[in-house]
Design a protein. Structure first.
Length: 310
């Protein structure tokens, strides 16, 4: 262990939602098992504060990450634990993704007090989601549904559902499972029905890029198959202009050294049909995974998908 890590506690910057705290405490427990002293620094981010507009309208994924990065920069925290789905495709200069951990269930969950599945929803039912990806994929499955915005942390979203504001909502299965709320899941969307978002279900740990000691200390938490998969997925997103304003799904599986990646792009205005692309490739390095993802982005564009320009 690096001497600098023995004497001072490691501080994890985290959002204060129940799910973010679970993620930070999970990393804290794993690092403590490895003999490190670890504390949490809870923070509220812009993404947690602005709840009346969709993310794509107020600045995208970085809203959940920025304050945590400021804490790293100022030395108030050493590492930040993120849901990888919330991490922008390009990190600011001076920051690095030091570790990607083993993935929880990457799929989407159908949650409803009255209906067991999407197919059982009546014509014109109201479904809540803040994700452009979920909007276009739901629309492709059920054009008759009324899809309306839904923001807030997990508990807030479930409360709005229980209050009767929606007939059903769609959430990441990973969050519900991590918080032991599996009983809220009525059905799971298989990737064939609804492709997950890039990085969904995976946790990433961010550090300042000059902290080689932290980089080394975190290597024992790395799950390389997950990292290869999400690198390919995030490369698709990056190649398409990577932000919350892109209705894009990207999902990779890995069997042995063979990566199978599928992606889908939808038109947020509903004018153009869904565009899909997929590819199999032998992948053993992060650079190879990245290249496959970028190739898929090019295939989507060739098929008519539009790149989001900031």
């Amino acid at each position: 262990m690096h001497p600098s890590l023995k004497n001072t506690p490691l501080v994890i910057a985290t959002r204060e939602s129940r799910l973010a705290l679970w993620q930070a405490e999970h990393v804290q427990a794993l690092l403590r098992q490895r003999g490190l002293s670890v504390e949490l620094l809870g923070m509220t981010t812009k993404g947690d504060q602005i709840l009346d507009r969709t993310l794509s309208k107020v600045g995208g994924k970085g809203l959940f990450v920025k304050e945590l990065e400021v804490a790293l920069e100022e030395g108030r925290a050493h590492i930040a634990v993120h849901s990888l789905k919330d991490v922008p495709m390009e990190l600011p200069a001076g920051f690095a993704l030091a570790c990607v951990m083993e993935r929880e269930d990457p799929r989407d969950a159908f949650v409803s007090p009255h209906y067991a599945s999407l197919a059982q929803l009546p014509q014109g039912a109201v479904v809540g989601t803040s994700s452009l990806r979920r909007q276009v994929l739901l629309h492709a499955l059920r054009p008759d549904l009324k899809i309306v915005p839904l923001r807030g942390n997990l508990d807030t979203r479930l409360r709005k559902l229980d209050e009767g504001q929606y007939d059903a909502i769609v959430l990441a299965a990973a969050g519900l499972k991590r918080l032991k709320m599996d009983e809220r899941i009525r059905s799971i969307f298989e990737p064939e029905e609804m492709l997950p978002a890039a990085g969904q279900g995976a946790l990433g740990i961010e550090i300042r890029s000059d902290r080689e000691d932290l980089h080394t200390a975190l290597q024992s938490l790395v799950d390389m198959p997950t990292w290869l998969r999400v690198t390919a997925e995030r490369a698709v997103s990056r190649g398409m202009g990577g932000s919350c304003s892109v209705p894009l799904a990207a999902y990779a599986t890995l069997e042995g050294d063979t990566l199978f990646i599928r992606a889908a792009w939808g038109d947020p205005d509903g004018q153009l049909p869904l565009v899909r692309a997929e590819q199999r490739a032998v992948v053993t390095t992060l650079a190879q995974a990245d290249a496959v993802g970028l190739a898929i982005a090019q295939a989507l564009q060739a098929a008519g998908a539009q790149v989001h320009r900031h």
